[in-house]
Design a protein around this ligand. Structure first.
Ligand SMILES: [Zn+2]
Length: 103
């Protein structure tokens, strides 16, 4: 596992404001505009966040409950990118789904 800058400090059932606070920029404390979330096969995952003002990015370790929370109920204003879904979407553009027309 690669080295991560920090560990997320929120519970899966926490309020959106607490989840957002756990992902803020460590320098200016403003929220990241987007987070790239990657799931590990072992459970849990990580988020890569970036701050446009400070021009830095940082990584945060997530447990499996936190990963699920970010996908199902992300904090308002934060654009969550799912690393695996991103790859599926890209390949889907070249392969249109034709199974539905048979029914
Ligand atoms: Zn910043």
């Amino acid at each position: 596992m690669s080295r991560l800058d920090d560990t997320a400090r929120f519970a899966a059932e926490d309020d959106g404001a607490i989840v957002a606070a756990a992902l803020v920029c460590p320098y200016c404390l403003s929220g990241p505009a987007q987070a790239l979330v990657t799931e590990d096969r072992a459970g849990g995952g990580s988020a890569i966040c970036a701050c446009a003002s400070c021009r830095i990015q940082w990584s945060i370790a997530l447990d499996s409950g936190q990963v699920t929370r970010l996908f199902l109920n992300p904090p308002p204003g934060l654009w969550i990118l799912h690393h695996a879904a991103l790859q599926e979407e890209t390949s889907g553009w070249q392969r249109p789904d034709r199974h539905r027309s048979d029914a």
